[in-house]
Write a protein that binds this ligand. Structure first.
Ligand SMILES: Cc1cc2nc3c(=O)[nH]c(=O)nc-3n(C[C@H](O)[C@H](O)[C@H](O)COP(=O)(O)OP(=O)(O)OC[C@H]3O[C@@H](n4cnc5c(N)ncnc54)[C@H](O)[C@@H]3O)c2cc1C
Length: 113
């Protein structure tokens, strides 16, 4: 069962998260899911290109010697799927060609060896 918020009548939010990159957005999303009244603050209008989270392509690897990292990657995939289902929006593509196309579109060179 999700935890309930701790708001007193004088308290507007249970949690304030500064920065809506992937880390802040993830944190705020999960706080809200747990019933916490959450405020997510971002300095620029979203989406923007002035954080590390911006961009169309990312690499995710699961080849780690530590079991807990592998478990975290599996859980992250599960949560991406859950978010896609909830939002009704495909958020990922594992199609390598489209990744290359996106990189070309962003003028990022990709060398294959
Ligand atoms: C070019 C590039 C490629 C990368 N590729 C990969 C990859 O392929 N795979 C991978 O796993 N990782 C990759 N990374 C790393 C990954 O993107 C970052 O680790 C991750 O995005 C960091 O997220 P973040 O939320 O911590 O920071 P950010 O995405 O930078 O978000 C921080 C946010 O906080 C906001 N902010 C800051 N200060 C304030 C303030 N005072 N008030 C309000 N808002 C504020 C900023 O505007 C920003 O939106 C890449 C990074 C870069 C730069």
């Amino acid at each position: 069962m999700a935890a309930q918020g701790n708001s007193s009548p004088d308290c507007l939010y249970d949690a304030v998260v500064v920065g809506a990159g992937i880390q802040g957005s993830f944190t705020a999303y999960h706080l809200a899911k747990r019933g916490q009244k959450t405020l997510l603050l971002e300095q620029f209008p979203l989406p923007h290109t002035r954080g590390s989270s911006h961009g169309q392509s990312r690499i995710i690897r699961s080849a780690y010697p530590e079991d807990h990292y592998v478990a975290m990657v599996k859980e992250a995939y599960r949560q991406w799927e859950e978010l896609e289902a909830k939002s009704g929006t495909p958020l990922r593509s594992s199609d390598f060609k489209s990744q290359v196309a996106l990189r070309r579109a962003s003028s990022i060179s990709l060398e294959l060896h």
